[in-house]
Ligand binder design. Structure first.
Ligand SMILES: Cc1ncc(COP(=O)(O)O)c(C=O)c1O
Length: 428
């Protein structure tokens, strides 16, 4: 839809939104001149939150990835970085900006993590690092990828841009590998307009990262003020539910960046740091709303045939940034997306053939990635954020149930165990 077209779609929602109040924007505005103090306080808060010894804040998630790769690249001839084939093009862009060669690897069945067989094929004596991503707020076990990468002499970067605060085996996503990266961009778990972070458990690497970050600039107060003004305006539009203009500017002038474009590699703005620190304290409140909404989708769609819903086991605590659904039939998925968008529900599709082609402008697949290609045709994401209304959730459920048949109950060993029970209990 064109920007002009979406201006007229008054009720067109945004796929992801975090509520930020006037009080919080005042905190951000007051911090425009705070300098390093605000960043240090934010980093201290994150160190506690993640339970890692070293964290630094950056201007974006992609800047965090770039800076980590620049630190890793020192004193080695290794020049390849294995990245997921199912991820945003900005990941490939950051690798190329660091002067390295991205190699695409197939992903796990839910889109997160890497396919271990393909990872084995892609690792070589040229591999400097492996990037594995936790998508849509759902963390995956990265221990296999770490073991495989380390045995090939490569380091591991956990991309937790979409899973800030999610836990697996009691550890936060991003806190288990050599490096974790996070984003506070507009469509992330904790929005603070822009911003990112990099953490590390690797003492030698964090010392190198300190050197690299020592050369980075911070945005000047003028840009800080612009960001706060833009962010406050955008959050007001989202809050007022007059979302048509937001849809028009979401990928336009307010967002101001494209996943394939070059990007600045600066430290976090102090206003962003002050806001981010505030948002971390609201993490539980924000996540519980998303969890509640995801639980409603899970319970209501669990008995449908032809869809796969996220399964959450007891060791894992997702943050439900979005609710991903895999629809077996491609045509049916298109119908559902069309129907929901017509109803003003901003269902999203991450990632598509188009974004894959964009990713391939930076990275070569070096062989097929069938799981990623399967998902890019079939996966859609329902909004879980705090501004999705009860009637929008009911509408989305109604659309699915109007199109897809229900599954016959499974009878096993004399007991009736319906898939509805299995899936509904799986979203905590
Ligand atoms: C998985 C993933 N990695 C990295 C990034 C980059 O984060 P940022 O937009 O803050 O640069 C994003 C953002 O879209 C992302 O979704």
């Amino acid at each position: 839809m064109s920007a002009a077209g979406s201006l007229f779609r008054w009720r067109m929602g945004v796929p992801v939104a975090t509520p930020i109040g006037l009080r919080e924007w005042k905190v951000a505005a007051a911090a425009c001149w705070a300098g390093k103090e605000a960043q240090c306080a934010f980093e201290d808060e994150m160190r506690d939150f993640f339970g890692v010894p070293w964290v630094r804040s950056t201007i974006s998630g992609r800047a965090a990835l770039y800076l980590a790769l620049v630190a890793m690249r020192r004193n080695t001839r290794r020049n390849e970085v294995v990245i997921p084939a199912f991820v945003c093009p900005s990941v490939g862009r950051a690798v190329v900006k660091a002067g390295l060669r991205p190699v695409l690897c197939d992903v796990g069945p839910t889109g997160s993590g890497l396919d271990p067989d393909d990872l084995r094929r892609k690792l070589s004596e040229r591999t400097l690092a492996v990037v594995t991503a936790h998508l849509f707020g759902f963390p995956v076990d990265v221990q296999d990828s770490i073991r495989l990468a380390h045995s090939a002499g490569a380091m591991v970067i956990e991309d937790a841009a979409q899973a800030f605060g999610a836990t697996i085996h009691g550890r936060r996503a991003g806190a288990s590998a050599d490096v974790g990266i996070f984003s506070f961009g507009m469509s992330k778990v904790l929005w603070s307009f822009a911003g990112g972070a990099v953490c590390s458990n690797n003492a030698a690497l964090s010392a190198r990262l300190d050197d690299v970050l020592g050369e980075a600039q911070t945005p000047g107060w003028r840009r800080e003020c612009q960001s706060v003004a833009k962010g406050a305006l955008l959050s007001l539009l989202i809050r007022s539910h007059h979302l048509g203009p937001v849809a028009a500017v979401w990928n336009g002038s307010l967002r101001g960046r494209h996943d394939c474009d070059d990007f600045p590699c600066e430290l976090c703005a102090s206003s962003t740091a002050a806001l981010g620190r505030h948002m971390i304290r609201r993490f539980d409140e924000i996540t519980s709303v998303r969890r509640g909404n995801a639980g409603r989708y899970a319970a209501a769609l669990a008995d449908l045939d032809g869809v796969t819903l996220p399964k959450v086991d007891a060791r894992c605590e997702p943050v439900y940034l979005r609710f991903p659904v895999i629809v077996d039939d491609v045509e049916t998925k298109r119908r559902i997306v069309h129907l929901l968008r017509r109803a003003g529900i901003n269902v999203s599709e991450m990632y598509t053939r188009e974004s894959y082609r964009a990713l391939q402008t930076f990275a070569h697949a070096d062989g097929p990635c069938p799981i990623a290609e399967h998902l890019m045709e079939r996966m859609l994401h329902l909004p879980t954020h705090c501004y999705v209304t009860d009637s929008e959730i009911a509408l989305a459920i109604h659309a699915f149930r109007g199109i897809l048949p229900t599954r016959a109950p499974i009878r096993a060993a004399g007991a009736i165990s319906g898939p509805a029970e299995v899936c509904a209990s799986s979203v905590k």
